[in-house]
Design a protein. Structure first.
Length: 186
């Protein structure tokens, strides 16, 4: 039986698969410098989800005792999907799921990007925290949060290097006035 939590997790994965298929860079892009980070993200997330599901089934270390609290994780997943789509669509043609510079690429510094350089990655982090929350296991929550943060941080380093090379001082100035993925903190 498909529970609401399962549905939310499936919705998250399907959303990411669709974005991955529709928004890849192509040969007409000016510069592609992904360094396999997209594959690393997909592999790491696939493995940590499998491991987290396994752990949550066989190691009883619950985050909460009232099953209704699971809906907080579902809410986080759906809000994160919406936030990610807002971040993606606000970049428009300049968004790709892999690291690439498009022809006539412009640096977006308004909307969500006025406050965060990588709001779509914040949404990804939140969605995996929400998914882990639905598993109701402290170890799964820790593993999914740390793994997601690590692979996204790796990707951000690659992306920021490419953006700095392309935009130069403009991007360095932008870095000084914004945070990476966590408002006011990081």
């Amino acid at each position: 039986m498909l529970t609401l939590a399962n549905f939310a997790c499936v919705a998250l994965i399907v959303t990411e698969i669709i974005l991955n298929r529709l928004l890849r860079s192509n040969s007409s892009d000016k510069k592609r410098e992904d360094k396999h980070s997209t594959g690393i993200i997909w592999l790491a997330m696939f493995l940590v989800i499998l491991l987290s599901v396994f752990i949550s089934r066989f190691i009883h270390l619950p985050i909460y005792l009232n099953a209704r609290v699971q809906y907080l994780g579902v809410l986080i997943i759906f809000l994160a999907i919406i936030f990610r789509l807002l971040a993606v669509f606000s970049l428009g043609k300049f968004f790709t799921v892999d690291v690439a510079i498009r022809e006539d690429h412009r640096l977006k510094k308004d909307g969500l990007y006025k406050y965060l350089r990588h709001p779509a990655y914040l949404a990804s982090l939140m969605s995996f925290i929400g998914m882990a929350w639905t598993f109701n296991n402290w170890i799964s929550l820790f593993l999914m949060t740390v793994t997601t943060f690590m692979v996204l941080n790796h990707r951000i380093r690659i992306e920021e290097q490419v953006l700095t090379e392309h935009f130069g001082v403009e991007y360095l100035d932008y870095q000084r006035t914004t945070r990476k993925i966590i408002p006011f903190i990081y």
